[in-house]
Ligand binder design. Structure first.
Ligand code: IMP
Ligand code: MG
Length: 209
């Protein structure tokens, strides 16, 4: 079982005034739940675990857009740093796929997949809630018969809606709240926020489509 950093349900988080948050989002957020620095520290360790487990296998790193782009870029930067400073290194190529299933803060039950032309052995993802997006993607990837597929997700949500699916590598397990920032969006807003934050109810109305 993958180990992860657990954020408790009663986690108080951090007051917004203690961190730098874009002015245009100040009124929309309740609190910072995972500061950017902590995301980076945990990602650095995930990179080390992945390099250790991959041996000399060639990795095709597949980024699941759009929400996974920050995590993917930072994870690969850490893997690159390990590669250039170690006797052992893993060859890397990259590919990108785009999936969409959410409207407002709810899944639409319809996972759309766009793009991606290569086989994957390592998928970098933002968040697993029910697990439906990842399960759809995995069945699609299996049609290309890759040697091995490993899924890395920065976040997994503790929710009764979960299908039971668990990624191979997990950054944090988070409470059942709608999170934004670090490329996670609410109707395309908040990707331009560094920290992972909890959205307040007024903002859910303000940006609703
Ligand atoms: P699942 O298919 O239910 O596992 O949902 C995964 C996808 O839903 C993610 O890739 C996100 O796009 C979106 N999602 C789920 N929970 C959140 C959240 O708290 N904030 C932002 N997006 C979320
Ligand atoms: Mg989204």
């Amino acid at each position: 079982m993958a180990s992860y950093l657990q954020i408790a349900d009663d986690e108080k988080g951090y007051n917004l005034d203690l961190f730098c948050v874009p002015r245009h989002y100040e009124k929309d957020l309740d609190k910072v739940i995972i500061p950017h620095g902590l995301i980076m520290d945990r990602t650095e360790r995930l990179a080390r675990d992945i390099v250790r487990d991959m041996g000399a296998h060639h990795i095709v790193a597949l980024c699941v857009l759009k929400g996974g782009y920050k995590f993917f870029a930072d994870l690969l930067d850490y893997i690159k740093t390990l590669n250039q400073n170690n006797d052992k290194s893993v060859p890397l190529t990259v590919d990108f796929i785009r999936v969409k299933s959410y409207c407002n803060d709810k899944s639409t039950n319809n996972v759309k997949v766009i793009g991606g032309d290569d086989l994957s052995s390592l998928s970098g993802k933002d968040i697993v809630e029910t697990g439906r997006t990842m399960q759809t993607l995995l069945s699609l990837l299996s049609e290309s018969r890759p040697k091995m597929v490993k899924v890395v997700s920065l976040l997994v949500k503790r929710t009764p809606r979960s299908s039971g699916y668990r990624p191979d590598y997990i950054g944090f397990e988070v409470p059942d709240a709608f999170l934004v920032g670090y490329a996670l969006d609410y109707n395309e807003y908040f990707r331009d926020l560094s920290h992972i934050c909890i959205l307040n109810d007024e903002a859910k109305e303000k940006y609703r489509v």
